[in-house]
Design a protein around this ligand. Structure first.
Ligand SMILES: [Zn+2]
Ligand SMILES: [Zn+2]
Length: 256
């Protein structure tokens, strides 16, 4: 199974899985890059996964329906273009023999879902939309810090080798914030150098992996002394993990 990131708008990534004949795309905010890829590689679009209702994740669905030979799978508790097959936690779907588990990950939006699957002989893939980014997490538009923290902990508990396919290339700006939280994190310092070089070559830093995010993403590290101290200095209500998470998220909102 091939995994490809199709860039859209200024910083969106539309992920495509394909086996050389059938293709699945995730969060097609725009149809143009998907149609171009289908033509270039002569693929049939046989499924669309949608993580949440925002326009930069759903805007291309209607224009793809004429070529779509399969379902649109989306979040049961959100409004996305009909018709679609609604899914929530504990349910699964199958595409080309590949079984995707569905997770409820509210916080960025109220009904946000994520998809995890393990292609045969390959590392698992996680399509997490705007819940987790490399080095960061989504803004809390519709959920509480407690919900988002719980969602991120679910993702952090997935197998370490899982490939993190998030929907935006925000990594370098997230890592600048991560360094403010944990200036002495050696894994983070090394990863900043790596990602700076990757971006200078014009490449994407994604997918990352769950194992890597556990080492460098401050929002997954709220139980550790460094992020806890930094959050307390920023006025966290207590050293409890959820309060640490809330303070980091608030700090990041205003971080330049
Ligand atoms: Zn969003
Ligand atoms: Zn988005």
């Amino acid at each position: 199974m091939n995994l490809v990131a199709l860039p859209a708008f200024s910083d969106n990534l539309i992920w495509m899985l394909h086996d050389g004949s059938q293709a699945l795309v995730v969060d097609p905010g725009d149809s143009a890059p998907v149609l171009a890829a289908l033509t270039e590689w002569q693929l049939v679009l046989s499924g669309i996964l949608v993580t949440h209702h925002h326009g930069d994740h759903t805007g291309g669905i209607e224009a793809l329906r004429p070529v779509l030979q399969g379902p649109v799978w989306g979040p049961a508790r959100e409004s996305i273009p009909q018709p679609f097959t609604p899914l929530s936690a504990g349910q699964s779907l199958e595409w080309q023999g590949l079984r995707f588990e569905v997770l409820d990950v509210p916080g960025h939006t109220a009904g946000h879902i994520a998809f995890w699957a393990q292609p045969a002989g390959q590392a698992p893939v996680l399509f997490c939309g705007d819940t987790m980014f490399s080095g960061g997490c989504g803004r809390l538009f519709e959920g509480t810090p407690a919900q988002m923290h719980h969602s991120l902990m679910q993702l952090a508990a997935l197998p370490a080798e899982s490939r993190v396919c998030c929907a935006h290339e925000y990594t370098l700006s997230n890592l600048r914030f991560a360094l403010a939280v944990e200036p002495d994190n050696q894994d983070l310092l090394r990863y900043v150098d790596h990602c700076t070089a990757v971006r200078e070559r014009g490449e994407f830093t994604l997918p990352s992996s769950i194992g890597l995010e556990r080492l460098i993403n401050p929002f997954l590290r709220c139980a550790l002394p460094g992020p806890r101290q930094a959050a307390l200095q920023q006025g966290a209500g207590s050293a409890a993990e959820v309060d640490v998470f809330a303070a980091l998220r608030l700090w990041k909102n205003n971080f330049r």
